[in-house]
Design a protein around this ligand. Structure first.
Ligand code: MN
Ligand code: MN
Length: 366
């Protein structure tokens, strides 16, 4: 069996966990290579310490799972069957009384938890599967890295397209549509999240919603977007100027850029997440904008656009070779300007490799 099955199997054996029951599409894809959005239907993967895993999916998707490379057992069920009966029988046939299971505590819903409890009355203890899986997913293989590199190249291209679309009076949504249309024409099926194009006052909201605001001379335009390639996400933010911006806007831009570069320089194996966050945060605080940087520095990136770990000023976790995360400080001054600069980085032996490469010097579009 593959290395990741072995690793989680060993963990289950050590922790005396009878099985790990997964229902999140990303974790199922990570272990099975099969990606499916089941909507309200049950898609699940059961992993055992020793035995081979079992995939549970709608019967109509069994072939898709096999075609995706799944070579172990599949329980398929129709829309008029209850999958829990089959799950109960298959697991019971393994002949072990299971008292402890690992589930995705941050994901599993209450009705499935209840179904699991009534299918396995001997289950007394539920432990967090994420605790182990987040750490497995945190270290990327060469193959995963090469896919993420590709996703990052597309993200750079998307920003390039966005910049070329900027013109007086065009709205945020018109530019957003042009970016996604161009990517879709080139075969990109999915963005990592809802693309953000924000201008004027809207840029001062870290999670703003694009709308019908037109672009005007002297405004920043903030792009935050990502592209999914073979299941893996990229995530980039660039803030560009349309026409000349004022001194205050430039000062804010330079401060964010300096903070971002400081965090990149501080990133290397062994450095704590907190020290990376603080490298950026202190740069922003020293420039007097501390209160306008209201979020963490960044987050792990991979199959999910936000994954473990969280780069905050209190996280003592140390960087390790193989991690991929974002570095995205921002300053948001209401009614003046919002600037964020975000890159995706890979932790190599001596520092980080920057995977998103669209230029970061203040780009003024005439
Ligand atoms: Mn991000
Ligand atoms: Mn982003």
């Amino acid at each position: 069996m593959e290395n990741k099955f072995k690793q989680i199997g060993n963990w289950m054996a050590e922790q005396e966990i009878g099985f790990t029951f997964l229902t999140s599409t990303d974790n199922i894809f990570y272990f099975s290579g099969f990606y499916s959005d089941p909507h309200e239907r049950l898609l699940a993967l059961i992993l055992f310490p020793q035995d081979e895993p079992i995939l549970i999916c709608p019967a109509m998707e069994k072939n898709d799972a096999k075609n995706a490379g799944w070579k172990y057992e599949i329980i398929g069920y129709s829309d008029i069957e209850n999958p829990w009966d089959a799950i109960q029988k298959k697991v019971a046939a393994k002949g072990q009384k299971i008292t402890k299971a690992a589930v995705e505590k941050d994901h599993m819903n209450v009705s499935r938890y209840e179904a699991l409890r009534s299918s396995f009355p001997s289950l007394k203890l539920f432990t967090s599967a994420e605790e182990k899986i987040n750490r497995l997913r945190m270290i990327k293989t060469e193959k995963e890295l090469s896919i993420i590199r590709e996703a990052c190249k597309w993200a750079d291209y998307a920003i390039e397209v966005g910049c070329s679309e900027i013109a007086e009076g065009k709205t945020e949504m018109q530019i957003l549509a042009a970016v996604e249309y161009e990517l879709k024409k080139k075969g990109i099926a999915k963005m990592s999240f809802s693309t953000m194009v924000l201008t004027g006052k809207n840029g001062a909201s870290p999670h703003g919603n694009p709308g019908d605001t037109p672009i005007q001379k002297g405004d920043f335009v903030l792009f935050d977007l990502g592209v999914v390639v073979d299941g893996y996400c990229s995530d980039i933010t660039r803030t560009v100027a349309y026409g000349e911006v004022n001194e205050k806007q430039k000062e804010i831009y330079d401060t964010v850029l300096n903070a971002q570069l400081a965090a990149i320089s501080a990133s290397k194996p062994g450095a704590a997440c907190s020290s990376i966050d603080l490298a950026a945060r202190n740069t922003i605080r020293d420039a007097g904008y501390g209160e306008y940087f209201p979020h963490r520095l960044g987050h792990g990136l991979g199959l999910s656009v936000h994954e473990f770990p969280s780069l905050t000023e209190t996280n003592s976790l140390k960087l390790q070779e193989g991690m991929v995360f974002t570095i995205e400080p921002g300053i948001y001054v209401p009614d003046i300007a919002g600037v964020r600069i975000e890159d995706d980085v890979y932790v190599a032996k001596d520092g980080v490799e920057i995977l998103t490469n669209f230029p970061k010097d203040l780009h003024i579009i005439k």
